[in-house]
Write a protein that binds this ligand. Structure first.
Ligand SMILES: *Cc1c(COP(=O)(O)O)cnc(C)c1O
Length: 360
């Protein structure tokens, strides 16, 4: 489709064209029932089946071991920032955070409202993942929380800390399903859907069941993981249409060949852009240490601010969307989530080369 933009939005972000077309096709008549999936009960057999199938697809793609539950919740990843300490930070325990950027800070802020916190590691400048091999965790740690990919700063873990018996919890909002992971390393992972999974409105939680044994009685019903597990994510009305789109996105990933294949494509896509940065002799400046560069969000700067404005203006004129860096850090950011086509990245890398030729 020629009128699709080169969409590098950070979130909500690009969805696969095939998914949008399938949704369009099924919009007014879902599977021959004469109604949209938005117009039926979440207790109907059609929705129950969609709910089950979406969980199974996630299990398959992420290779989730037994002993974990998959939930579709609301309130975004930001609600998880509070739900995690509410459920798991019991009296006498300390929640631990590694801070590698803006989202980790927000997660920590919520935990501070609820109980005791400890920052296990935080680099002075957000340009890398701190050394995690020597991490010291106390026995009274309730959990260690990390942000597997910092969306604003473009910093991604390549390896995850070994926390022994202490639960490792990861916010994977901006890199879930971008590569294979070993779920058994984590007690819980979660992700708002609107970057790599689907539209906003649904938040994925994968949680190990033994974590749910000590949830304090006073935690409100909707904010308890065990409520949603018992009800199979159907305690109250779920975000039906968001889950439906997630279902289509998961099928799309499966068709692409699963996460190994997806990672390969993501690496090829981002290499195009990182190569231009690295070969620009300082015209473009990468802000993250090479070893921790993200394959989802590529932040970069230009020599002077004046040129950055020009870059944004001209790229917009050429059909590129969403390249402005987050207001807190400035510069540029290209978000290259799973659904961003190789061709968009190719076009951006060519634009960058041309822009340098004109202005370098
Ligand atoms: C976008 C984002 C969030 C916030 O997600 P909401 O669903 O808007 O609450 C949290 N963490 C990370 C890493 C993100 O990229």
């Amino acid at each position: 489709m020629s009128n699709r933009a080169y969409n590098f939005n950070a979130g909500p972000a690009a969805l696969p064209l095939e998914v949008l077309q399938k949704a369009q096709e099924e919009l007014v008549d879902y599977q021959g029932i004469g109604m949209s999936v938005m117009e039926i009960s979440h207790r109907s057999k059609e929705y129950e089946q969609l709910n089950e199938e979406t969980q199974e697809l996630l299990s398959e793609l992420l290779n989730i071991p037994s002993g974990y539950k998959t939930l579709f919740l609301q309130g975004g990843a930001s609600t998880q920032f509070a739900m995690i300490p509410l459920n798991f930070l019991n009296a006498g325990k300390v929640s631990n955070y590694i801070i590698t950027g803006s989202w980790g800070k927000k997660a920590l802020k919520e935990s501070k409202l609820i109980g005791e916190t400890f920052v296990s590691a935080q680099p002075e400048k957000f340009s890398h993942v701190p050394d995690i091999s020597q991490l010291q965790l106390q026995n009274d740690s309730a959990y260690l929380h990390i942000t597997s990919n910092e969306t604003i700063e473009g910093i991604q873990y390549q390896q995850f800390p070994d926390t022994g018996s202490i639960p490792l919890i990861a916010d994977m909002s901006s890199d879930i399903l971008c590569r294979p992971i070993d779920v058994s390393q984590f007690a819980m992972i979660y992700a708002g859907a609107q970057k790599n999974l689907g539209p906003s409105g649904v938040t994925l939680v994968v949680v190990r069941e033994d974590l749910l044994e000590d949830i304090p009685d006073h935690i409100p019903t909707m904010l308890r993981y065990d409520t949603h597990i018992k009800a199979n994510s159907l305690y109250n009305t779920p975000p039906v249409y968001s889950v439906y789109i997630v279902n289509l996105v998961l099928k799309w990933i499966k068709e692409k060949g699963g996460l190994e294949q997806i990672e390969k494509i993501n690496r090829e896509k981002t290499k195009l852009i990182y190569d231009v940065i690295d070969e620009s002799q300082g015209f473009y400046i990468g802000t993250v240490d090479k070893k921790d560069r993200s394959i989802m969000n590529i932040p970069f700067r230009l020599k002077d601010e004046h040129l950055e404005k020009q870059f944004l203006k001209q790229s917009e004129e050429d059909g590129f969307v969403g390249l402005k860096g987050h207001r807190s850090v400035g510069g540029m950011r290209a978000s290259t989530y799973n659904a961003v086509p190789f061709e968009s990245c190719k076009a951006l890398s060519q634009f960058m080369v041309e822009f340098q030729k004109r202005n370098g």
